[in-house]
Design a protein around this ligand. Structure first.
Ligand SMILES: [Zn+2]
Length: 240
């Protein structure tokens, strides 16, 4: 259930049975010429709601900001620093714990490495500052069951997966399509002009997308996320 839609007594009543929460996290960043800027948080929110329908848990209001590195220069991208992200995640986690919730899953729709590292650091801090059971997971890690239907192995941004999800969940927000593209960043050297190495902002092949694939991807992700919430709850039961 969406926590921001509950009343105070409604929350107190739900908390008697519900001991876990998912925080959907995304970033405001370009998603090619055809997908909305907020897709990562929108995806994480829709997925959290689908998982909560399988394994009841609170779905916290999504965080639409995170660390954007490779998309930092593209139009529409608004990132925050790692310090800010770690701080806000830690504060939210402490708030969740102080409200009597025992398990927290930090679910990110954005797969950037530095962004995911900040989630892990905040999660590790919460392990020492609270009694929470904590998981950090990226949507791409929950896809395994849907892999056989996917045709583009290197897909990671605004490509087959995200375009399919958008066609399934928000068809009115998909603006046409985009061509297959992969960035050309140097392996180790950091670059100032990111757009020169990634002009279109697509990482994968959006032409392989379909609404039906989006439905199956969301279904597979939701099952895997619900299983992760169940694992957190079992660990809380054991007091591990
Ligand atoms: Zn994305």
């Amino acid at each position: 259930m969406l926590m921001h839609e509950l009343t105070m007594p409604g929350f107190v009543q739900q908390r008697r049975q519900v001991e876990a929460a998912i925080l959907p996290i995304g970033v405001m960043e370009q998603h090619g010429p055809h997908l909305p800027l907020g897709l990562d948080a929108m995806h994480a929110l829709a997925l959290a709601q689908a998982a909560a329908a399988i394994e009841p848990c609170f779905v916290l209001p999504p965080l639409f900001y995170g660390i954007c590195r490779s998309t930092a220069n593209h139009p529409g991208t608004i990132g925050i620093s790692g310090d800010a992200l770690r701080a806000v995640l830690h504060d939210i986690g402490q708030g969740v714990w102080s409200q009597g919730i025992r398990c927290l899953c930090l679910l990110t729709g954005h797969a950037g490495g530095t962004h995911q590292s900040a989630l892990i650091e905040a999660g590790e801090r919460l392990l020492t500052s609270t009694g929470l059971q904590v998981a950090t997971v990226c949507v791409l890690d929950l896809l395994a069951e849907a892999r056989p239907i996917l045709q583009c192995p290197g897909d990671s941004h605004a490509g087959e997966v995200e375009t399919s999800l958008a066609m399934h969940l928000w068809p009115g927000l998909v603006q046409g399509s985009a061509a297959e593209e992969y960035p050309s960043f140097p392996r180790f050297r950091l670059v100032r002009d990111k757009r020169a190495h990634w002009p279109g902002g697509v990482w994968g092949d959006p032409t392989k997308a379909s609404a039906e694939k989006g439905r199956l991807i969301l279904e597979a992700e939701a099952k895997a996320l619900a299983a992760l919430v169940a694992e957190l709850l079992a660990a809380a039961q054991e007091g591990a």
